[in-house]
Design a binder for this molecule. Structure first.
Ligand code: ADP
Ligand code: ZN
Ligand code: ZN
Length: 745
């Protein structure tokens, strides 16, 4: 029997219409309407035309046939969702909570089909020796960007334009200048937008050590034996994990299978990409946020067409539709960016495991500081655990000094730099080596308050304090609201308004005072509003146009600066003060990663951790670079409190325009959950409460938490609450679900 009816998910982000609607398939469209295609359909009373996705076909109508409307057209321009992706979308919806349409859009990396386009590449015009001489010449003239390009071209005859622009931090004008000088030519090519093309594949392959070989063999043996499984590689930075990934992927390709390589966006460096290109040539591709829609589209098409075997990219690369997926590798598995911040709030790790199970693929997780989740499961035997404790070669781990800031103050040092840090910085300045100063959080304590009455200047739209900037403006870091700093306290009229300064700007000022003449670069949310400014700062530092780089979180990731021999963490414990069950874990990871920035070259590195809580286990174990020690303490705390990964936690976030309505909805939902789960042993309901940021962009936020050891029990709670929301007329409110949240709300 022919299937003449289509189940369609309408493209409206509203809980009310979050179900399938049935449409008749007209004869003319019988061929074209298939699961996954985008269609146009008349919708609602006025028969407004809407788009939607077909998720299923059936032969029999579910309603009287005369009441069923017909599909108007198939959207030829839209990318269709594959059957497997529809299944994953339903899994996302069910496990994380979201509308079906939001889940479908999540698994579609690109929504619209794209025209073919031209792609630029850069070719070397001189011989390798001449290019090397030109590079030296530029180096002598301090034209470091030019020198970088020429050095790269000396090794590779041809390089993708975008790779040079973005990963070598080189301006378009610089490349044009080099072209005029006759050193290189820029060529255009029309083909699938392949962001990479490396012709010279002369890679120097290290001889793998025993540990590396053993890991590769075990992963592959399990795969061949039909129980692919999840493998966690715990190895310090530089211990050779990437070589292990490369080895596994290579074997998968030899078996005719494909690989997804997940990397946090910020850690996707030129060096990493080049290693993959060298090994896999144009069978590898990359997808990330700096690609255009056209480039992304082409990568997905190439994957579907079997033109590539490996895709490298952040979270979203997970949904690349390979025909015969062999392995999903997830580097820096502990990274917070693997969790989606919008609904469905999925975690790439769990989703990778689900996709892998469905396609018979292996999962390989890697990290120097594994998430509590991954390590816990590994110790429980759900994942296989491998340890890589040593770096090949001579590169040593840095020496770490912990400084107690309370003691500094007691002994009369009021500066934000301890005496130890000051001394070591002076040494670096004298030797011409570089220093990175790391501040735990953007604009922290940059707030200003009244000395007479204690009034704190707050954003009128968000429940957060405003930060003071040098230009006399007060800024909200959440919504961008700005106002001029008032001359008098708006509450009591006192003229004594004072800022508690210790943001990155203030650190920069303090450096100028303490080390006149030192060249400083600052990198934070304010100096890096655009991608370009971010790259500019990094290349300036790489060119040694500064002695000291001051920054927040973003400077500790990925980048290697061989001349950096000192890392100072100014206030290590600030992230411990966040009212958050992951604060200890995040602090340990940050400190360990920050310490790993020192001494990446031949010269040994030193790290100074300044802290008010030198005895806190996160600080102590980070200073000792002792992951197991940290894990033991942290898991004991999670066990005691019933926090993930020991138990699962569902956060229900209620957003409302009117505060009382949010409160009421929170109370109703809490009571409902309590009533419905009365017989469920070990289930805990906490709240409702105002979120720690109670208002954001004029939207009030309330939260309730449900905890239980069984994830499925929480999914049932979520389903019930979703049902409840559908029955209500939620006008100015919405509800979001977050399983095992990365932050408490
Ligand atoms: P990770 O991914 O753990 O940070 P990498 O795989 O990037 O480590 O390895 C760090 C450095 O050590 C790289 O330059 C790599 O080429 C080199 N390396 C890796 N394995 C070996 C080995 N078995 N022998 C020599 N050098 C190696
Ligand atoms: Zn006042
Ligand atoms: Zn605001």
């Amino acid at each position: 029997m022919t299937k003449r009816y289509a189940d369609v998910i309408i493209e409206i982000a509203h809980e009310k219409v979050d179900r399938v609607f049935q449409y008749r398939i007209p004869d003319a469209l019988a061929e074209a309407v298939k699961p996954g295609v985008q269609v146009r359909v008349p919708f609602g009373k006025g028969n407004q035309e809407k788009t939607g996705y077909v998720v299923d076909l059936s032969a029999r109508p579910d309603y009287p046939p005369e009441k069923i409307k017909a599909v108007s057209a198939v959207e030829e321009k839209a990318v269709s969702v594959e059957g497997r992706q529809i299944e994953i979308a339903y899994w996302l919806k069910s496990n994380y909570g979201s509308t079906t349409i939001a889940a479908l859009k999540t698994v579609l990396p690109v929504k619209q089909k794209q025209k073919p386009l031209e792609k630029k590449k850069v070719l070397r015009c001189l011989s390798a020796e001449e290019t090397a001489r030109a590079a030296e010449e530029c180096e002598r003239k301090h034209q470091r960007a030019k020198a970088r390009v020429l050095t790269a071209l000396q090794a590779e005859e041809e390089l993708p334009y975008e790779l040079i622009r973005q990963k070598l931090h080189v301006a378009a004008a610089t490349l044009q200048a080099l072209e005029k000088q006759g050193y290189l030519c820029i060529e255009k090519e029309a083909f699938y937008r392949n962001p990479v093309k490396v012709t010279d594949r002369n890679e120097v392959r290290p001889v793998l050590n025993e540990t590396q070989q053993r890991i590769i063999e075990e992963v592959l043996a399990d795969h061949r034996a039909g129980h692919p499984g999840v493998h966690l590689v715990h190895g310090v930075t530089g211990s050779g994990k990437t070589e292990v990934y490369l080895g596994i992927i290579e074997e998968m390709i030899a078996m005719g299978k494909q690989a997804i390589m997940l990397v946090p966006e910020i850690a996707l460096t030129y060096q990493t990409l080049l290693r993959f290109y060298k090994r896999f040539g144009d069978r590898v591709s990359v997808i990330n946020s700096s690609l255009s829609a056209g480039e992304k589209y082409d990568q997905i098409e190439r994957a579907k067409a079997g033109e590539i075997d490996v895709i490298i990219g952040p979270r979203s690369a997970l949904f690349t539709p390979f025909a015969n997926l062999g392995v999903i590798v997830m580097d820096e598995e502990h990274e917070g960016s693997y969790k989606s911040e919008s609904s469905p709030k999925y975690h790439a790790r769990e989703t990778a495991v689900e996709i892998a199970v469905r396609s018979g693929a292996s999962v390989v997780l890697g990290s120097a500081t594994p998430s509590l989740e991954a390590y816990y499961r590994a110790l429980q035997g759900q994942y296989k655990l491998y340890e890589m404790k040593q770096r090949p070669g001579v590169s040593m781990l840095p020496a770490v000094h912990t400084v107690d800031l309370r003691k500094e103050l007691r002994e009369g040092n009021r500066s934000i730099f301890s005496r130890k840090l000051t001394a070591l910085m002076e040494e670096r300045l004298a030797k011409g080596e570089q220093t990175i100063l790391f501040l735990n959080r953007r604009g922290y304590a940059g707030f200003i308050s009244c000395r007479s009455c204690g009034h704190v200047m707050k954003c009128p739209h968000c429940d957060v304090s405003l930060s003071e900037h040098r230009n006399g403006m007060l800024i909200c870091h959440y919504c961008g609201y700005q106002e001029r700093k008032p001359v008098k306290c708006p509450s009591c009229g006192s003229p004594y308004l004072m800022g508690f300064k210790a943001g990155t700007e203030q650190v920069e000022e303090a450096i100028h005072k303490a080390f006149p003449g030192a060249r400083v670069l600052r990198m934070d949310g304010d100096t890096t509003r655009t991608k370009e400014s971010y790259e500019k700062i990094l290349s300036a530092f790489a060119d040694e146009r500064a002695d000291i780089l001051v920054g927040t979180q973003m400077i500790v990731k990925g980048h290697d600066f061989p001349k950096v021999t000192l890392v100072g963490v100014l206030a290590a414990d600030l992230s411990l003060n966040q009212n958050d069950y992951r604060a200890g874990e995040r602090t340990f990871q940050l400190l360990t990663q920050a310490a790993g920035r020192a001494g990446r070259g031949e010269r040994p590195g030193e790290v100074v951790i300044q802290t008010y809580r030198p005895d806190h286990y996160s600080v102590v174990y980070a200073a000792k670079q002792d992951y197991e020690g940290f894990y033991r303490e942290e898991i004991a705390y999670r066990e005691l409190m019933g926090y993930p990964p020991v138990e699962h936690m569902l956060a229900v976030l209620i957003l409302s325009r009117v505060q009382e309505e949010g409160e009421r909805l929170g109370t109703e939902m809490t009571e409902l959950v309590k009533k419905e789960t009365e017989g469920v042993r070990g289930l805990r309901v906490i709240g409702p409460a105002e979120a720690s940021i109670g208002k954001l962009s004029d939207v009030y936020r309330h939260v309730l938490y449900v905890r239980h050891s069984d994830y499925a029990a929480l999914v049932t709670v979520k389903d019930r609450l979703e049902q409840f929301c559908k029955e209500q007329t939620l006008k100015n409110q919405s509800v979001q679900f977050d399983f095992d949240p990365m932050n408490t709300y």
